[in-house]
Design a protein around this ligand. Sequence first.
Ligand code: SAH
Ligand code: DHB
Ligand code: MG
Length: 222
Amino acid sequence: MAKPTDPKIWTEVDHYLEGLFTPADPALDGALKAASAAGLPAIQVSATQGKLLYLLAKLSGARNILEIGTLAGYSAIWLGRALSADGRLTTLEVDPRHAAVAKANLERAGLASRTEVLVGPALETLSRLAAPFDLVFIDADKERYPAYLDWALKLTRKGSLIIADNVVRGGAVADPKNADPRVLGARRYNALVAAEPRLSATVVQTVGAKGYDGLSFAVVTH
Ligand code: SAH
Ligand code: DHB
Ligand code: MG
């Protein structure tokens, strides 16, 4: 095994945890295969993070879920599986190639009737959506996270959950001098969430096969 100071151990432990908590699954494994075959970047949430999204959607009894940033539909499958038969997942994707792979993956996962992939820049498709959503998962272009937060607040209700991926960025968010627009987007997002009186929130740092990052969890309190 790697030493605890070696990031390789994060991957080794992720594989150990996957063996326990996310056993082989034809729809999810097939989605990753199809994404890779289509040349999509492997930037989806990890299996254990996908399971966390599923558990939170289940726990909150979410019936109407919004995802911003579909990629190949991997996190959408996890979230979609938490829905009851009358639940809906709407997921937004700017790249038509990503959306096509995602639609096929959701179909193979048996989720086609409960899910909709809207293609276009999220700031355009968001304006077409009807509130309220019980859970919003923000995972698209990091520069626009502050704008996505505005939309998430407009499209949710008291009790809704707003989750955002990639808000720690290898620790770069804690460096006030970092000028990377993605880091600035995440930093601004965290500041806005923290200062928003309608939200009660925290950020959990994550390590694993996807490196060092973090997930933000915010509950709409009023
Ligand atoms: N949630 C996915 C990963 C999303 S990766 C998963 O975990 O499985 C981020 C996705 O956001 C990419 O597919 C990218 O094309 C998309 N994206 C980037 N900018 C966007 C925009 N302005 N509107 C909608 N989608 C966008
Ligand atoms: C990228 C996007 C993500 O949502 C992620 O989890 C990791 C990387 C990216 O755009 O590089
Ligand atoms: Mg992400």
